[in-house]
Design a protein around this ligand. Structure first.
Ligand code: GLN
Length: 488
């Protein structure tokens, strides 16, 4: 049995029926890691011993007849910007290379309650800044669909691990697309929940008004299962929403009859690969066949989303990353003669090029004389973007777009930062408006997976899940398996 290729819900059934044990499953996943990790490079840290210890505990509970939760005993991978006590946390940065976190993130506390098994921490762009996982201090991750291509980012390790069978489920974080875009590049399902649905406590802050943690999984059912466990109000995060958490698996119905799905025309024009656009149009057609009504809508401020994000996110990042000063955490340059010199040297050496670029951008747009011209203006545009969506949702239940304008590109592409930033155009507005967004596999272009993005109303995750599930059950895309090869 190649258990590593199965879903959370299938494995849960096998565990409850005692057809397999958690130890057997965990060993299969680590065998798979031994086999493919050298070529995929999805992980920064692995904890086989800890995982097997937990699996043994779970097996004892099952043997004793205890009821188990859907994620109990099922090995998952955690993005390395989420705090898990007992495993180092690096944010893929030299500055935190040897940092041991002293508490669990809220999502980890929730997962521990369900006795899940943690495999390790996944590779990412440094401090989640990037779209390819290449800005990691440690290594670049490869895409299991074609090892010569990027896995996307910044949660590239979490998505590649799922596609390669190196984890059954995983967590990512999404500030401007970092769950959805890698999910789409790797043929996975990914959800960025509504801002506030999931506590950010213990997720190293990048841009606090945009960050959300969410699942990356093999199918829609698994995404609902992980979401069930990680959502919920938390006193440690004042922006976490004090709203009831439904059982998201109840939303998994095959029914989109009378659902109104909007296709925003701005997402299909210049900059979008026509072959990708074609796959999304076919997805819309499928939805029509399944009983939904598809209409064209307009989100007129879309063209300003990227430039305003690249003001707001660096501004927040420059403040959030101020704490990495060589005094309290991680790496410290020991050659300096004074405290200010030490801080400057530590930060210059400890942060990579992209992170330094963001900090400089952020401090610039927040400095007096420029604040009104850049930061304030960007905040005003952010309101306009949010209003575009409010208006679209007066007539639509959800919106359908490409998750990314392109499929995964070559690791050798060496694009300039601005070109890479522009490719975030499809995902960024969703964070700016605080809405839930989801990517589901919907086709292939040049042998690489294409993701369809579903965007919902605030707290509208159930509608997204229902629509995603209906499409998934009517198609075979989610069943395709990454070949782990490379183009010749
Ligand atoms: N690619 C975007 C950036 O570089 C988004 C990153 C993210 O969502 N963490 O900022």
């Amino acid at each position: 049995m190649t258990l590593y290729n199965e879903t959370v819900h299938d494995l849960h059934e096998k565990l409850t029926k005692k057809e397999i044990s958690s130890v057997e499953l965990t060993e299969k996943v680590f065998d798979r890691i031994d086999k493919v990790e050298d070529s995929v490079k999805a992980y920064i840290t692995l904890d086989k011993e800890g995982a097997l210890k937990k699996a043994r505990e779970v097996d004892q509970k099952i043997a004793a007849g205890e009821a188990i939760k859907p994620l109990t005993g099922i090995p998952g991978a955690i993005k390395d910007n989420i705090s898990l006590k007992g495993m180092r946390l690096t944010c893929a940065s030299k500055i935190l290379e040897n940092f041991q976190p002293v508490y669990d993130a809220h999502v980890i506390e929730n997962l521990r309650k369900d006795d899940t098994v943690f495999i390790g921490k996944t590779n990412m762009d440094e401090f989640a800044m990037g779209s390819t996982t290449e800005t990691s201090y440690f290594k670049a991750t490869s895409n299991p669909w074609d090892l010569t291509r990027v896995p996307g980012g910044s949660s590239g390790g979490s998505a590649a691990a799922i596609a390669a069978g190196e984890a059954i489920w995983s967590l990512g974080s999404d500030t401007g697309g970092s769950i959805r875009q890698p999910a789409s590049f790797n043929g996975c399902v990914g959800i960025k929940p509504t801002y506030g649905r999931v506590s950010r406590y213990g997720c190293i802050a990048f841009a606090s008004s945009l960050d959300q943690i969410g699942p990356i999984t093999k199918d829609v059912t698994d995404a609902a299962i992980v979401l069930n466990t990680i959502c919920g109000v938390d006193a440690h995060d004042s922006t976490s929403a004090n709203v009831p958490v439904p059982d998201f698996t109840k939303a998994l119905k095959q029914d989109v009859k009378d659902m109104v799905i909007g296709l925003p025309k701005e997402f299909f024009g210049k900059g979008t690969d026509p072959k990708v656009a074609e796959q999304i149009k076919l997805t819309a057609k499928k939805y029509e066949e399944l009983g939904a009504k598809v209409v064209e809508v307009s989100l007129p401020h879309t063209e300003y989303a990227v430039i305003t994000y690249y003001i707001i996110a660096p501004a927040e990042a420059s403040a959030n990353l101020g704490r990495f000063d060589g005094v309290r955490y991680g790496f410290r340059d020991l050659s300096a003669k004074s405290a200010p010199e030490m801080m400057a040297a530590t930060r210059t050496e400890g942060f990579g090029e992209e992170v330094r670029r963001r900090i400089m951008l952020g401090t610039y747009v927040l400095s007096s004389g420029y604040y009104d011209a850049y930061y304030n203006k960007a905040m005003q545009v952010r309101t306009l973007i949010r209003q575009d969506y409010q208006k679209a949702f007066e007539t639509c239940d959800l919106l359908l777009t490409p998750t990314s304008p392109v499929v995964a590109y070559s690791l050798d592409a060496k694009m300039d930062p601005l070109t890479v930033y522009m490719l975030d155009v499809t995902t960024i507005p969703v964070n700016m408006a605080g809405l839930p967004g989801m990517s589901i596999p919907c086709g292939f272009v040049d042998g690489m997976p294409v993701g369809a993005q579903l965007i919902g109303k605030p707290l509208g995750e159930e509608t997204l899940l229902r629509a995603a599930y209906t499409f998934e059950q009517a198609t075979e895309f989610h069943k395709a398996v990454a070949p782990l090869g490379g183009k010749k």
